[in-house]
Design a protein around this ligand. Structure first.
Ligand code: CDP
Length: 201
């Protein structure tokens, strides 16, 4: 039996952490759909054409070490505005959402476009300051030399591009639970997501 949980939200809102914890709690599979766009972005930085890269994407492209860098994130959000890039990635994500045993997908358009019939939809957000700080600490731990100001600019530029694009813009799906994690610990945010899912089980 399938059971889809759609978790959307802006950059560094905590989607990934919450999704992984929720998937582990319920024994569901987890797909970080941002990695698909990051992998296409990385290919473009290496000289590939975006649509061809999206069409040829394979599992091996998702394990490249530098996909989490800010440079790749920026390029990911640039290729993500191209409708043909998004179209090339739809089927894989929909199949994943409807696999047996339950699935959690996190991204920007999971509850609105990929899986509008998801059993549970959550939009995770937080203030830009909190998100930029979290991302700064993550990048710093990974060895990045970016300043807090650069990280903030990066997050805001990506948010604007994701929100304002014509195809599959980032926005809460109808009926989504809005989870503002600005003032929450990770445990509190995970507990709130688990409660929302249990209410639908
Ligand atoms: O981890 P973070 O929230 O910073 O970003 P991500 O989820 O890895 O996504 C990177 C970029 O991919 C986003 O800024 C979006 O432009 C794009 N993306 C998208 O358009 N649709 C998705 N479902 C997931 C990501």
């Amino acid at each position: 039996m399938s059971f889809a949980v759609a978790i959307d939200g802006p950059a560094a809102a905590g989607k990934g952490t919450i999704s992984r914890a929720v998937a582990a709690h319920f024994g569901f599979a987890h797909l970080d759909t941002g990695l698909l766009y990051r992998a296409v972005g990385a290919k473009v930085l290496e000289g590939a054409e975006a649509v061809a890269a999206a069409e040829a994407l394979g599992a091996e492209d998702l394990i490249v070490g530098y996909l989490r860098t800010a440079e790749v994130a920026q390029m990911a959000s640039k290729v993500a505005v191209i409708p043909e890039v998004r179209a090339a990635l739809v089927e894989f994500q929909r199949d994943f959402a409807r696999r047996d045993g339950g699935a959690v997908l996190d991204g920007r358009d999971i509850g609105t476009v990929i899986c509008p019939d998801a059993e549970v939809k959550i939009f995770v957000t937080a203030s830009a300051e909190v998100r930029a700080k979290r991302r700064f600490l993550e990048l710093q731990a990974a060895g990045s030399a970016m300043t807090p100001e650069e990280v903030m600019a990066d997050v805001l530029a990506r948010d604007a591009r994701d929100r304002d694009r014509a195809t599959a813009p980032m926005k809460p799906a109808q009926g989504a639970l809005i989870l503002d994690t600005s003032e929450m610990t990770i445990d509190e945010a995970v507990a709130a997501a688990i409660k929302a899912i249990e209410a639908r089980c």
